[in-house]
Design a protein around this ligand. Structure first.
Ligand code: SF4
Length: 252
């Protein structure tokens, strides 16, 4: 098991992420807590980009539970058909909109249990809504946060709940509100799944991952942007080389 980061190392870890990403935000587009809830529910097993592409035109006219019910399931299904699992998600969004009207006065509840009772809303979605819409210091563990927490020794755990509870215990209070976004962005752009960009990582010296990539050691003279480009190229799968006909053959 990876070595745990010490308290003072965790402090420094977040101080550096904060300096590197001073204004962390969700990549999902939304207009109010209701559209945020819908966007997060649609983003399960889909990219934020694909969700934004569908919701940007949708949210221009449909931004309340009443308007969603008026739109209806068939039209919603058509509007989000570029997002994975769209049929089931459309059903859930219509059902949750109805519950919001009937049980919560058309408002998104600021309460984990009430959120998790909504169709298609699990712990992760509830955490994102509580954090982004209501400013609660929750940490929704997705694939990026799970990987970064385990690799670095920040909060290792066998499953997402273990990691979430570990982060709740170990992340200093002053960094809790934005920890979720810092860790996602760090995992999405630097500590990527295949060949992490360790040579340009701002927490490289703190991280306990035993298999860091080593470009920096090989090129101590290179500057940061050169290294980043090289690290990105290294992380990309190689393209197969096409055989081209020799000039002599081509002329025939
Ligand atoms: S040094 Fe590498 S493994 Fe560690 S956090 Fe940075 S990118 Fe991830």
């Amino acid at each position: 098991m990876v070595k745990l980061l010490k308290r003072e190392e965790i402090e420094e870890f977040f101080a550096r992420l904060k300096k590197h990403i001073p204004d962390p935000k969700t990549a999902l587009q939304y207009k109010n807590p209701y559209t945020l809830l819908v966007a997060v529910a649609l983003s399960a097993q889909a990219t934020d980009k694909s969700v934004n592409k569908a919701t940007e035109p949708l949210f221009e006219t449909v931004d309340t539970p009443e308007k969603m019910l008026a739109l209806g399931e068939a039209k919603l299904t058509d509007a989000i058909k570029t997002i994975g699992l769209y049929r089931g998600k459309a059903k859930n969004v219509i059902a949750l909109s109805r519950i919001l009207i009937e049980k919560h006065g058309s408002m998104v509840p600021k309460d984990r249990a009430a959120l998790e009772e909504l169709p298609g809303v699990g712990r992760k979605t509830a955490n994102v809504v509580l954090n982004v819409a209501f400013g609660e210091p929750t940490i929704a563990v997705d694939t990026h946060i799970f990987r970064v927490s385990n690799r670095t020794g920040l909060a290792p755990g066998k499953d997402v709940l273990a990691v979430e509870l570990g982060l709740e215990k170990r992340v200093p209070d002053k960094y809790r509100l934005h920890a979720h976004h810092w860790l996602i962005l760090h995992g999405r752009y630097t500590c990527v799944a295949r060949k992490p960009l360790c040579p340009t990582c701002v927490v490289r010296d703190l991280c306990n991952f035993p298999d860091k990539t080593h470009l920096m050691a090989a090129r101590p003279d290179a500057n940061r942007s050169t290294l980043r480009g090289a690290a990105l190229r290294e992380a990309r799968p190689e393209k197969p080389r096409l055989k081209t006909a020799s000039r002599k053959t081509a002329k025939r």
